[in-house]
Design a protein around this ligand. Sequence first.
Ligand code: PGA
Length: 250
Amino acid sequence: MRRRVIAGNWKMYKTLAETRAFFSAFLPLVSNAKHCDIAVAPPFTALSTAVEAAKGSSVAIAGQNVSWSKEGAFTGEVSAPMLAEVGCRYVIIGHSERRQVFRETDDNVAKKTLMALSSGLTPIVCLGETQEERDAGLAEEVLSRQFTGGPGALTAEEFSRILIAYEPVWAIGTGRTATPEIAAEAHSLLRRCAGENFSVHLASALRILYGGSVKPDNIQGLMAQEELDGALVGGASLDAKSFAAIVNFV
Ligand code: PGA
């Protein structure tokens, strides 16, 4: 049985004071949660505060993005060694907002993943199709292309250290969750890609999170699917009570 992961992606929300308030409220609510790994991804400015606030708990901190370079003249970027130094354990890579708004490509995703791995971070590599692609019957093709160009370009050893998040773009921030069946179908496809690119063993060990309008009232249905190894939660991770209710889905 793969260990589940519940990760929160705060996007561009929360000041330092709000970060401290979140952890004061959240940690007591999840102190008995032993059934899954828990991570929270605050904005860069709040990482250090979040690491400090979560110290001694089982909650890991994640970056929301990372540079593909170790250092250099890259104004506005943050490197993997910097994230590791501040105390991050995970980093989200290739979120659809990065791909769509900031034009990140599969190649960028592959390079960022390598950099994150070389700093000892666990990458959470996101992929997912848009509404138009799904309507045109292209979901499978898009997912396998994103897989091949990103995670599929790693070595088997590197691949064994990443998490994948299936995030259909049409479900992100829209309140339209994928049905557990649609999500499970996409997860099986990705697991099949992993089997073909690497091995059946690595494919069955791979943890694939689902993301897109995960809420306290739909987490159970999603987690009832064996294919879903956890969730990447946006909006509902901003509120300590609702994120704790998602973590405590069992
Ligand atoms: P959402 O965001 O839960 O607000 O839909 C998910 C994500 O973007 O990771």
